[in-house]
Design a binder for this molecule. Structure first.
Ligand code: ZN
Length: 130
């Protein structure tokens, strides 16, 4: 299994990286755009020339909402759409700040949360905040 070519296992490759604590996203070498969620062909140009690159981790909140669940279901948490510096957009959540304090345009940094059953990328306010 090649790490450079995204096949049917693109999602698996993504999670393999996360399991090692690394956040990688795909880049299309044909049209030079970032691709997220992991997939076999570029959604911008249809090329399958996708390669994995480590994400910078820098992002900006594009949209944010507060989800209110009962405590046993996770309590109150944030769900956000994050525009990555690379140009792709991903759904995640912003932690380390009250869910309702997350604002559109806020600069955030990615980190890999491996505390749960499956690793996932979460974001924290960038700079100053922590
Ligand atoms: Zn492309």
């Amino acid at each position: 299994m090649s790490d450079a070519i995204a096949g049917p296992g693109a999602e698996q490759t993504y999670f393999d990286h996360l399991a090692e604590g690394e956040f990688h996203i795909q880049h299309c070498t044909a049209c030079h755009k970032a691709v997220f969620y992991p997939r076999a062909v570029c959604p911008h140009c249809g090329s399958d020339a996708l390669e994995w690159r480590q994400a910078s981790g820098d992002g900006v909140v594009y949209a944010t909402s507060v989800v209110r669940q009962r405590p046993e279901k996770g309590g109150v948490y944030n769900v956000a759409l994050i525009d990555l510096a690379e140009g792709a957009r991903m759904m995640s959540r912003v932690e380390g700040i009250a869910p309702e304090k997350v604002t559109i345009g806020m600069a955030v940094r990615a980190e890999v949360d491996r505390s749960g059953d499956a690793p996932l990328v979460v974001f924290r306010p960038a700079g100053g905040g922590s």
